[in-house]
Design a protein around this ligand. Structure first.
Ligand SMILES: Nc1ncnc2c1ncn2[C@@H]1O[C@H](COP(=O)(O)OP(=O)(O)OP(=O)(O)O)[C@@H](O)[C@H]1O
Ligand SMILES: Nc1ncnc2c1ncn2[C@@H]1O[C@H](COP(=O)(O)OP(=O)(O)OP(=O)(O)O)[C@@H](O)[C@H]1O
Ligand SMILES: [Mg+2]
Ligand SMILES: [Mg+2]
Lengths: 257, 257
C-alpha cells in the first residue's frame, strides 16, 4: 500500500512547500503515482503547482467536513503522475472549528482514508505552526514525517522543540509516527554557518539526516512563479539534481520496492 | 506618548523577528527607550536577544492571564535602552485558551496598557499565522503594523491576503490599525527575482514601501546565535547600515519628535 508522509516544521520559511512539491515531482518523474495535500491556509503548494486557490471549487477544507471525497477534489498538475488536493482561503477557519469537534486530531486521517490505495506516496504540506492543523497532518502521516531544516541558527534552535512535540503526538495519537528524515535546505557553501549547522544536526540526530543537502538556488524560488516544479523550470539546475537525489534516498528510507 | 507596532506577516521566514530585533536595537542606539514583546511561541526574539525562554520565570503568557504586570517580567538586553517581554513554551497553549474567552481579540492590548508611557516605541513580534495570537497583536498595535516581505515570489503572493486580513481586523477590532510600512527583506542584487518583486510591491502599494531594502547577508543570520543584534555582532556590515536607515525612516513615518 502507499505511504503517507507529513512535511512539517513550525519554523517558518524553511522550505516545507518547496520540498513537498519538488520531492513529489521527482518521484512522479520516475514513474510513481504521487499526491500532494496542501494543508496550509496560505495555499503555497497549490499555487506552486500552477493552480489558483481562489477559483477552485472544492478543496481540503470541504474534505474535513465530509462534504466531499478525495477523488472529488483531486486536481491534475503539469507534471504527469503528480496530483494535488488543493487548499483554499476557508482552511484558515478550520483551526478554530476543529477545536470544538470530537476526535479533532484525527479528522484528516479519516478524510484521507483510502488514498494509500490510489497513490504510491502522499505528502501533506503543513503550515508553520504546531497547531491543530499540523497535529492532524502528523496523525494522518502513517509513514512518518519529513522535516526540512534551513541551515541557519534560528531554524536549528526550533528543531529540538519540534522533536519534543513529535514525541508527544506519537505517544498520544499516532504510534506509527517517526521521523523519516531531516532534510537540510538552503545550504550556502560560501558561509561557515551552513556547514556548522549541518554538522550540529548530524551529530544530534545520527542516521536521520539525508545525505544530500539542498543548495540555496534562485531557480528554486523562481519556479513557483511559473506554477511548475524545479524540473519544469530548470531541469539541469543544482536544485533539480539535489531534489532528485533526495527522492531516491526517500524511496530507500521508506522501503518502497 | 509612545508608539506600539506589530511586526506581522503570516508567511513564514520573511524576517519578522530579524526586523523587530534590529530596528528596535537601532532605535535604542540612537537614544530611544524601546520594548520588544515576543508574541511567538517559537520565542525567537527572546533567544535573538540573548535570553533562554526555557529558564525565564515570567513571560508574555502570564501577562495574558493577568497574573503579572508588564514591569514584573520585562528583561534587560545586551543593548542599553532595549527591553524585552519574553515568550515561553507555554504561549503555544494560549491560542486554544483564547478562543473560548470573552473579548478574546483585545487581551494583549489590555495587558499592555500603560507600556506606551514607559517606552518610546514597542514592537510586538508575531508568529507566522493569521491566528488569534496575531489578531491580538494587531489589536494592540495602536500605531500600526510593520510588514516585512521577503523579495521572492511565494511571500509576494501572500501579501495581498495579508492586506485583506488587516482590513478585516481594522473594521472589526482596531480602527487605528494602518500599515506603517512594508519592508523588503533578503534582497539579493544578483538575481532578477528580487528586483522584480520590489518593483511589483512598490507599484501595488505606492508610498508604503520603505526606501531601504534589507540585503541578504549572512551576518544577519549569525547574530542570533550570539544573542546580540546586528550592531553587536557586525556593526559595519551592510545589514547593520540598512537596519539603521530603516529605523530612521520609521521615526519619520511615525512622526516621532
Ligand atoms: N533551496 C532554496 N534556494 C532558494 N530559495 C528557496 C529554496 N527553498 C525554498 N526557497 C524559497 O524560500 C522561500 C521559503 O520557502 P518555502 O515557502 O518552501 O518554505 P515553507 O517552510 O514552506 O514556508 P512557510 O513556513 O511559510 O510554509 C520561498 O520563497 C521559496 O521559494
Ligand atoms: N536579510 C537577511 N539576510 C540573511 N538572512 C536573514 C535575513 N533576515 C533574516 N535572515 C535569516 O532568515 C531566517 C528567517 O528570518 P526570521 O526568523 O527573522 O523570519 P520570521 O519571519 O521571523 O520567521 P517566522 O515566520 O518563523 O517567525 C533566520 O534564520 C534569519 O536569521
Ligand atoms: Mg509552506
Ligand atoms: Mg519570527
Amino acid at each position: 500500500a502507499g505511504r503517507i508522509l507529513a512535511v512539517a516544521n513550525q519554523k517558518g520559511g524553511v522550505g516545507k512547500t518547496t520540498t513537498a512539491v519538488n520531492v513529489a515531482a521527482a518521484l512522479a518523474r520516475s514513474g510513481y503515482s504521487v499526491l500532494v495535500v496542501d494543508f496550509d491556509p496560505q495555499a503555497n503548494a497549490t499555487s506552486s503547482l500552477g493552480l489558483d486557490p481562489r477559483v477552485l471549487q472544492g478543496n481540503v477544507y470541504h474534505l474535513l467536513s465530509g462534504e466531499v471525497q478525495p477523488s472529488d477534489i483531486v486536481q491534475e498538475t503539469s507534471t504527469p503522475g503528480l496530483y494535488l488536493i488543493p487548499a483554499g482561503p476557508d482552511l484558515a477557519g478550520a483551526e478554530v472549528e476543529l477545536v470544538s469537534m470530537g476526535g479533532r486530531e484525527s479528522i484528516l486521517r479519516d478524510a484521507l482514508a483510502g488514498v494509500e490505495q490510489q497513490y504510491d506516496v502522499t505528502f501533506v504540506d503543513c503550515p508553520p505552526s504546531l497547531s491543530l492543523l499540523t497535529v492532524n497532518a502528523l496523525v494522518a502521516a502513517r509513514n512518518g514525517v519529513l522535516v526540512p531544516v534551513q541551515t541557519e541558527y534560528l531554524p536549528l534552535e526550533g528543531l529540538s522543540r519540534l522533536m519534543e512535540t513529535l514525541e508527544v503526538v506519537r505517544l498520544r495519537f499516532n504510534r506509527m509516527l517517526r521521523v523519516v528524515g531531516i532534510l537540510m535546505t538552503m545550504y550556502d557553501a560560501r558561509t561557515n554557518l551552513s556547514a556548522e549547522v549541518v554538522q550540529e544536526v548530524r551529530a544530534h540526530f545520527p542516521g536521520l539526516v539525508f545525505q544530500e543537502a539542498i543548495p540555496r538556488s534562485v531557480r528554486l524560488s523562481e519556479a513557483p512563479s511559473r506554477g511548475v516544479s524545479i524540473f519544469g523550470h530548470a531541469p539541469t539546475s543544482a536544485g533539480a539534481l539535489s531534489y532528485a537525489l533526495v527522492a531516491e534516498e526517500l524511496v530507500y528510507r521508506l522501503g518502497i520496492p
